[in-house]
Design a protein around this ligand. Structure first.
Ligand SMILES: CC(C)(COP(=O)(O)OP(=O)(O)OC[C@H]1O[C@@H](n2cnc3c(N)ncnc32)[C@H](O)[C@@H]1OP(=O)(O)O)[C@@H](O)C(=O)NCCC(=O)NCCS
Length: 350
């Protein structure tokens, strides 16, 4: 059968092409790396002959093909940096399901190549095949991989427990799916807005804002909105007195005048026992991230604190890939040098 997606496929920095025999030693080297293989189900060691045999088995194909599972080489500047796994199930009743995976040479990780390659393949699958759903699964402890799917617009669909055998151990399987319409909507989601407003929550709005979600890989960095309601109801005692929560929903008005719940912010107010305001929670819904909402919330919070006569704001963050450190540092927060409960404390002064 003819390939559904003719290769090579070019992206801004990469070429996606069928692997050739000469790729076998490098492919075997990175697939055999225990760190790379940790969440993958292939046997170890991974000798070059296995890579060669795999390349041989798909030598009659010129690209991802319905009814076949194909490895595609990811090339940068003439060198292979990793591979994609693309399986397209046979088309049925005007649709089909595809499965996507990616593996990168560890010396090439952290440069966005996997996202760029996977994103191009996702768009090619939807453009050139009847595929209506792309599925991907991962071990839920594999946060870098989760981040790639999150940022492509994939939606988590649940975890099956101890369901996949990986070299003698049963591991959990987090399932993600992306439908054709969801990818189109994700690519055209808003990147700017007309204005934001911090709104007081009532029983109705508390439910609406309670539904906001960060990306799953970010759940390690921030409590959910519902968790924040709980913390506001049962406030922690700090320096001998309970903190006093101030919480607001972040409402965005788009360029057509429509309003959308887009984020949540909670402060611990200044009291006799707590001399400095503390930014306790801030989150922007996955849909509205990277469009300036977080920065606009900080502008509004700082303006409010300045009006009350305060001249600084404390916060703290969890360190990690995809964490909020850069966001806060870009705004002007400076680490104080203190680490509290494994969180980096930082201060903004004006
Ligand atoms: C951190 C968070 C609030 C940022 O909100 P946002 O609306 O996406 O941020 P903005 O679009 O306003 O970005 C403001 C600046 O920070 C940068 N930035 C934002 N998120 C970033 C990230 N993950 N990595 C690097 N830079 C980032 C933006 O590029 C932008 O820089 P610029 O002004 O120079 O262009 C949001 O990503 C979030 O909700 N994350 C999960 C929850 C979280 O970690 N909250 C903090 C808990 S303490």
């Amino acid at each position: 059968m003819d390939a559904a997606i003719p290769l090579p496929l070019r992206t801004e920095r990469l070429v996606l092409r069928m692997p050739v025999e000469a790729d076998a030693p490098l492919m075997a080297a990175y697939r055999g790396d225990p760190d790379v293989a940790r969440y993958q189900d292939w046997p170890l060691p991974y000798p070059p002959d296995d890579a060669l045999a795999g390349i041989g088995r798909q030598a009659h194909l010129s690209g991802p093909t319905p009814g076949e599972a194909v490895n595609v080489a990811i090339e940068h500047d003439g060198s292979m940096v990793g591979d994609l796994y693309v399986e397209i199930r046979p088309p049925e009743d005007g649709g089909a399901v595809a499965f996507l995976g990616y593996t990168l040479d560890p010396t090439q990780q952290g440069r966005g190549y996997a996202s760029e390659a996977a994103g191009a393949m996702v768009d090619a699958l939807f453009a050139h095949t009847p595929v209506h759903r792309i599925a991907a699964t991962l071990d839920p402890v594999n946060l870098p991989s989760m981040r790639i799917l999150d940022l492509l617009g994939f939606v988590p669909e649940g975890t099956t427990r101890r369901s996949v055998p990986v070299r003698g151990e049963w591991v959990d399987d987090l399932r993600y799916g992306l439908l054709r319409d969801e990818r189109a909507a994700w690519l055209t989601r808003p990147t700017s807005f007309a204005s934001i407003r911090l709104v007081e929550l009532d029983d109705h709005l508390a439910r609406t804002y309670g539904d906001l979600r960060v990306h799953p890989h970010q759940e390690q960095f921030v409590a959910s909105v519902l968790g924040s309601y709980r913390d506001a109801l049962f406030p922690e005692v700090v320096d001998g007195a309970p903190v006093v929560p101030w919480l607001r929903g972040v409402e965005v008005t788009d360029h057509h005048g429509a309003t959308h719940p887009a984020g949540f912010v909670m402060l611990a107010e200044v009291t006799d026992a707590h001399p400095e305001p503390y930014l306790w929670r801030l989150l922007v819904d996955r849909w509205w991230q990277r469009s300036g909402v977080g920065r606009a919330v900080l502008d509004a919070v700082v303006a409010g604190q300045r009006e009350q006569g305060h001249s600084s704001l404390l916060t703290s963050w969890v360190e990690g890939v995809g964490g909020p450190r850069r966001f806060y540092e870009r705004y002007g927060f400076v680490p104080t040098g203190r680490v509290i409960d494994d969180e980096t404390e930082a201060r903004l002064s004006w």
